[in-house]
Design a protein around this ligand. Structure first.
Ligand code: ADP
Length: 319
C-alpha cells in the first residue's frame, strides 16, 4: 500500500485534529502518501482532496473542530453516490481510507469496503455512543466543558439558593449527562437509558432542603425531554425558584483534553497500522486501555449502554 486518505464525517468533536495528525504523521513515517479529503463524503464525491505533508498537520493537536471540515451527505447514502466516491479514490490511486466520525459514518465506510476500498473507522463523537469502545474521541473534552459550566452555575445556584436544571447533549446516549453529573455532584441525573419519575426527583430535592441544602443541580440529557419542562414541573410542585440552562453547542468545541489528544493519537496511528497490515472493514476501539481493531459487523451489532454502575454511584453519593 502506497497511498491512503483520511476524512472526517458527521458531527465534529474535539480531538479529531489530533487523530488527523496521527494518521498523517504515522503514515508518512512508514513511507505512505497521505491525502486529506475535505468535507466528509460530500467532498469525496466531488474529489476535494489534497496530499498532506508533515507541516500540514503542524500546530493542530490542541485545536477543536477539524481542519478537514466535516459534512453530512445524502448523496452518499445512494449506491450511485458511493460509486462516484469510489471512482474519485481510484482515479487518485488511493488504496485505503480512514474515516473519523460516528456510527453513521461507519455504516458508509462499510459500504465503501464492500465496493473494494479498504476502510477503517476511528470513533470521533462527543456523545460516546459508539458500541464496542469504552471511549470515543471528544467525549472527555465535552464532559470537562460541561463540568466547567456547571461549576459556574453552581456558584450562582448557591448564592441565590436556587434549583438549576442543566440540559446537556445526548439524544440517544446519556453518557455526557452521567459523567458530568457524577463529576459535578448533581442531585439527579436524567438519562434516556433509565426511567425517571418526577416525584422521585422532587422527593430528593425536598430531602436535601430538609437538611438545609439550599441549592440543587439536576442534569438532563436532551434525549430525556426538555429541561425547560422539567424545570416547570419542579417549580409547580415545590414553589421554589427553578432556573434552566440549555448548554447547546458550547459542548462541541474547545481545545481537546490530554485524554482526548492521547486517545486520538493512539487511534489514528492504529488505523494506519491496520491498513498497512492489510486489514479492512474495522473500527478502532479502546478497551481497558488497549487500542484494537474490531470488525464493523461485530462492533456495530452491539448496542451502546453507558456505565450504569456510575449511575447507581451517583444516586448513592447524592443522597
Ligand atoms: P455520525 O457519523 O456522526 O453518526 P451521521 O449519522 O450524520 O453522523 O452520518 C454521517 C454521514 O455518513 C451521512 O451524512 C451519510 O453521508 C453517511 N451515512 C450515514 N449512514 C449511512 C448508511 N447507512 N449508508 C451509507 N452512508 C451513510
Amino acid at each position: 500500500m502506497k497511498k491512503i486518505a483520511v476524512l472526517t464525517s458527521g458531527g465534529d468533536a474535539p480531538g479529531m485534529n489530533a487523530a488527523i495528525r496521527a494518521v498523517v504523521r504515522s503514515g508518512i513515517y512508514y513511507g505512505l502518501d497521505v491525502y486529506g479529503i475535505f468535507r466528509g463524503y460530500s467532498g469525496l464525491i466531488q474529489g476535494e482532496m489534497k496530499k498532506l505533508t508533515l507541516g500540514s498537520v503542524g500546530d493542530i493537536i490542541h485545536r477543536g473542530g477539524t481542519i478537514l471540515y466535516t459534512a453530512r451527505c445524502e448523496e452518499f447514502r445512494t449506491e450511485a453516490g458511493r460509486l462516484k466516491a469510489v471512482e474519485k479514490l481510484k482515479q487518485a490511486g488511493i488504496e485505503g481510507l480512514i474515516v473519523i466520525g460516528g456510527d453513521g459514518s461507519f455504516r458508509g465506510a462499510q459500504k465503501l469496503t464492500q465496493l473494494g476500498i479498504p476502510t477503517i473507522g476511528v470513533p470521533g463523537t462527543i456523545d460516546n455512543d459508539i458500541p464496542s469502545t469504552d471511549f470515543t474521541i471528544g467525549f472527555d473534552t465535552a464532559v470537562n466543558t460541561v463540568i466547567r459550566c456547571i461549576d459556574q452555575i453552581r456558584d450562582t445556584a448557591s448564592s441565590h439558593e436556587r434549583t438549576y436544571v442543566v440540559e446537556v447533549m445526548g439524544r440517544d446516549a446519556g453518557d455526557i449527562a452521567l459523567w458530568s453529573g457524577l463529576g459535578d455532584g448533581a442531585e439527579s441525573i436524567l438519562i434516556p437509558e433509565a426511567h425517571y419519575h418526577i416525584d422521585e426527583i422532587i422527593h430528593r430535592l425536598r430531602r436535601g432542603y430538609e437538611r438545609d441544602k439550599k441549592h440543587s443541580i439536576i442534569v438532563v440529557a436532551e434525549g430525556v425531554g426538555s429541561g425547560v419542562k422539567i424545570g416547570e414541573q419542579i417549580k409547580e410542585s415545590t414553589g421554589w425558584e427553578t432556573r434552566v440552562t440549555v448548554l447547546g453547542h458550547i459542548q462541541r468545541g474547545g481545545s481537546p483534553t490530554a485524554f482526548d489528544r492521547i486517545l486520538a493519537s493512539r487511534m489514528g496511528a492504529k488505523a494506519v497500522d491496520l491498513l498497512r497490515s492489510g486489514q479492512k472493514d474495522q473500527m478502532i476501539a479502546i478497551r481497558n486501555q488497549d487500542v484494537m481493531g474490531i470488525d464493523f459487523d461485530v462492533a456495530l451489532a452491539q448496542k451502546h449502554i453507558p456505565n450504569m454502575d456510575l449511575y447507581e454511584l451517583a444516586k448513592i453519593l447524592s443522597i
